[in-house]
Design a protein around this ligand. Structure first.
Ligand SMILES: [Mg+2]
Length: 227
């Protein structure tokens, strides 16, 4: 059995800015911070980590408390639902549908998520994309602020559902250096895809086990995952 754990933003889909706009509205409403996440590069970071960095930059980290997050995140999710519905530039990335269909038909693959999104946020984005039925388990930003930890949570959930798999049979697919670095830290194999905001060369510098410009065509990726 092999686990293939996908990142969401920049790997499976692009929201057309819906996520950023929703967080901006939520930060404005809860912390009276009008600048959104400007100055904070979100790629590969978890939602709690992004909020912490925004608060460090604009408001003082002492506002980063469990209580404040439990107030902010439901507001963020309600803005996210609206923004996803309204987003004109929402896009499922090339090759994604074909790759997840192909892998999910194979007996020895189990598909999951390893994403910094809150679990509900990830589900909303996947629903909008028509992809939610393919992913049976996952680790999320709502499980851990640290990406390595949420990858470990995802693997653990996969183990609970099926059986323990060897680390070399767990694959992280993502579009940022953080997917690679934290994937390695969790002892998984890493597949980098340059469909987000990093170039193929920039990703290769982090020495992923496999790297592609796009998930289309799917054949080289399937071949690597089966090798
Ligand atoms: Mg990403």
């Amino acid at each position: 059995m092999r686990f293939v754990l996908f990142d969401v933003d920049g790997t499976l889909l692009l929201t057309g800015g819906a996520g950023t706009r929703a967080l901006k509205s939520a930060l404005e409403q809860t912390y009276a911070l009008p600048n959104g996440i400007s100055g904070v590069r979100p790629g590969g970071k978890t939602d709690p980590q992004i909020v912490r960095e925004v608060l460090q930059r604009y408001g003082g980290e002492n506002r980063f408390t469990e209580e404040n997050l439990s107030f902010l995140f439901p507001i963020y999710l309600s803005f996210l639902r609206e923004e996803l519905t309204a987003s004109h530039n929402f896009l499922v990335l090339p090759g994604v549908r074909e790759l997840v269909c192909t892998l999910s038909r194979k007996q020895d693959f189990l598909l999951g998520l390893a994403t910094g999104n809150l679990e509900q946020g990830a589900q909303m984005k996947l629903e909008r994309a028509g992809l939610s039925s393919f992913f049976l388990f996952g680790g999320y930003g709502s499980d851990a602020e640290d990406r390595t930890d949420l990858i470990r949570v995802a693997i653990e959930r996969g183990h609970e559902r099926i059986a323990p798999v060897r680390p070399e049979c767990v694959f992280i697919v993502g579009d940022t250096p953080r997917d690679i670095v934290h994937g390695k830290e969790a002892r998984a194999q890493t597949v980098a895809v340059a469909s987000g905001s990093y170039s193929l060369d920039a990703l290769k510098a982090y020495k992923p086990d496999f790297a592609v410009a796009s998930l289309d065509p799917i054949e080289p990726i399937v071949e690597f995952l089966e090798s």
